[in-house]
Design a protein around this ligand. Sequence first.
Ligand SMILES: Cc1cc2nc3c(=O)[nH]c(=O)nc-3n(C[C@H](O)[C@H](O)[C@H](O)COP(=O)(O)O)c2cc1C
Length: 175
Amino acid sequence: MKKILLVYWPEQGNVENVAKKFLNQFSNEQLDLFSVADVKPETLASYDYWIVGGSTSGSHVWKDADDSFRWWDFFKMLDGIDFSNKKIALFGLGDQILYPHHFVDGLSIMKEEFEKRNARIYGKWPINGYKFSDSEGFEGEYFFGLALDEDQQKELTETRITNWVSQLKKEFELE
Ligand SMILES: Cc1cc2nc3c(=O)[nH]c(=O)nc-3n(C[C@H](O)[C@H](O)[C@H](O)COP(=O)(O)O)c2cc1C
């Protein structure tokens, strides 16, 4: 069985709740969930299929590392990983009404950090069905990964996850 790693951050909020919903989409023990705080380089290296998710909480939070912010530690861990046989997909949470000019911007940071290490990103997702003015998280008609909005479109999350995972299973060639 091809095992999948799901890494998320932060803990205890919408991202963690959403991360747990992915468990329903895979057969028993196919998906392993790790918070960024608990993952180690050897764990990362041992999986070929990764789903990586986080929230956008303002560019200052992404840029200024503080004790509660773990993404930069995580990206540093990627330096020693050989991505030639790995497939990566991203999901990002945001709020399209309160932050219409920066909706799920964080997706672009994740994409950039992976791509500069030669990782290939799968699972782009149509911008259709969202209302926002601008975002660094998309190009053309597609976000760089699954965009979720627990603040304004919570009722769509479950279906979006189901549809995205079924798309991913094909792109990852899991079925
Ligand atoms: C201080 C703050 C800044 C935020 N900035 C953005 C933003 O720039 N773009 C966006 O799409 N959402 C933004 N959000 C919304 C969050 O991404 C959204 O509420 C998400 O579901 C939070 O997930 P979490 O509880 O796991 O952190 C912001 C939220 C907060 C509290």
